[in-house]
Design a binder for this molecule. Sequence first.
Ligand SMILES: [Zn+2]
Length: 172
Amino acid sequence: MAIRKIITPPDPLLKKPSMLVAEVDDTIRELVRDMFETMYDAPGIGLAAVQVGVPLSVIVMDTSGEGEEPRPLALINPEVVWTSDEQREYEEGCLSVPEVYDTVVRPAEVRVRYLDLDGKEQERTFSGMDATCVQHEIDHTKGILFIDHLGRLKRERYLKKVIKKAKQAQEA
Ligand SMILES: [Zn+2]
């Protein structure tokens, strides 16, 4: 297992749609193990493979709170097949957009089809925090960041902030 480096803007990979996984093999399972390790270390509640520089449609998440049993979940080739009319607002953040938080409105419930780590097709309905998280991560597989859901001015301001911080860190 290894902690992988999380990429940030202006890395062009973050804007690129990820490729579907052709076969869930040991390489994918190793990628998933590394993604969990990277996510827990950060710490975060979700991570997409593209965020560690691998443009494959793979996401991991664990929305358990402190002191709760962990609920690790890996989804390969996830696809939203149903969304509720009811919406939910949540102040989101992203490991690839550090120190930026803003409110995003998304469907309150979604049904997602995906492959599990054995390559079996599964469907699962997500609600509450899980629904927000899974939609945020699926967005990453399409090259969409949560700040892309905000207005253009906000998005540009946040991008500038992140890129400036990264430059400062490099120079330090
Ligand atoms: Zn994110």
